[in-house]
Design a protein around this ligand. Sequence first.
Ligand code: HMG
Ligand code: MG
Length: 306
Amino acid sequence: MKLPARVKIVDVGPRDGLQNEKQPVSAEIKIGLVHRLQEAGLKEIEVTSFVSPKWVPQMADNAEVMHGIRRAPGVRYSVLTPNMKGLEAAMAAPREEWPDEIVVFGAASEAFSQRNINCSIAESIERFRPVVAAARENGIYVRGAMSCTVGCPYEGEIAPERVGMLAGLMKDIGVQHIGVADTIGVGTPVKVQRAIEATLAHFDIDDISGHYHDTYGQALGNTLASLELGVWQFDTSSAGLGGCPYAKGATGNVATEDVVYMLQGMGIDTGIDLDRLIDAGVYISDALGREPNSRASKAIRTRRAG
Ligand code: HMG
Ligand code: MG
């Protein structure tokens, strides 16, 4: 089996992780998490979302967080922008505070699209079109995220053809990179591979990433199955934080710590210092008053204490 020699991890903890937290988390803590992640060697961090604060109150401090982060050379900072209002808000700051990358997020399921962004799949594409064009004109890279590529909390199983259709629509409007998300973590390796193969009809392997929530404990298996197809970019969440507010019962993304431990064990380069990463996960978990949701973190901290 030929596997990629290196993997790029995008830590989405500050966004996907914290968006679902009911308790307030201060901008200062969020900024502290971003700093610890970059110090651990993360080269891309999904910092926040420019979405409606009525829908996702936890991300209401988006501008404050973007203003407060100290940028490290070679690190890319991304944010979610579902519409022009979101992009304009992200670009209202001085240029040096703009995101390097924005994410437009659609769904392979109609019902999820309605619940998450209040419009149909077709309408979402029309909303994204000017966002993608304006971002690219301003030198901001555009990533697309496809939710519910294997299963939907409202519609059940999702056929790969629907993923292919959405990927094609995203490509047509100029999206440069696409994330295949298992929003509710129901996917298993072969189903995830089918979703990736459907995406491959429209995007190159180098422009595809995997985004797996770990609700059913399948995310590491799904990551390995993706590596087998040549995928080498993954979204993961420090301390396994998170979930989607519009996907009831869905837990966080696979923990960055668990993925890095697996990849290091396979001799795949991530550029990440696992010890420092574990400390970043402890930092945010302490702030939330809980243990990191990562088996590797727990095992390594037990060994350290020993
Ligand atoms: P809408 O209500 O249809 O929008 O929401 P609207 O254009 O009719 O505007 C309604 C109000 O929202 C107005 O305010 C707008 O100004 C305001 P009002 O006049 O009532 O005071 N508004 C905004 N405010 C700030 N920033 C904006 C913005 N847009 C409108 N960008 C909308 C549509 C998309 C805005 C809404 O549905 C929304 O914000 N949804 C949030 C969805 C979200 O953040 N979900 C979680 C992230 S996606 C995810 O987690 C999945 C992912 O991880 C992959 C995976 O795992 O599947 C990426
Ligand atoms: Mg997600």
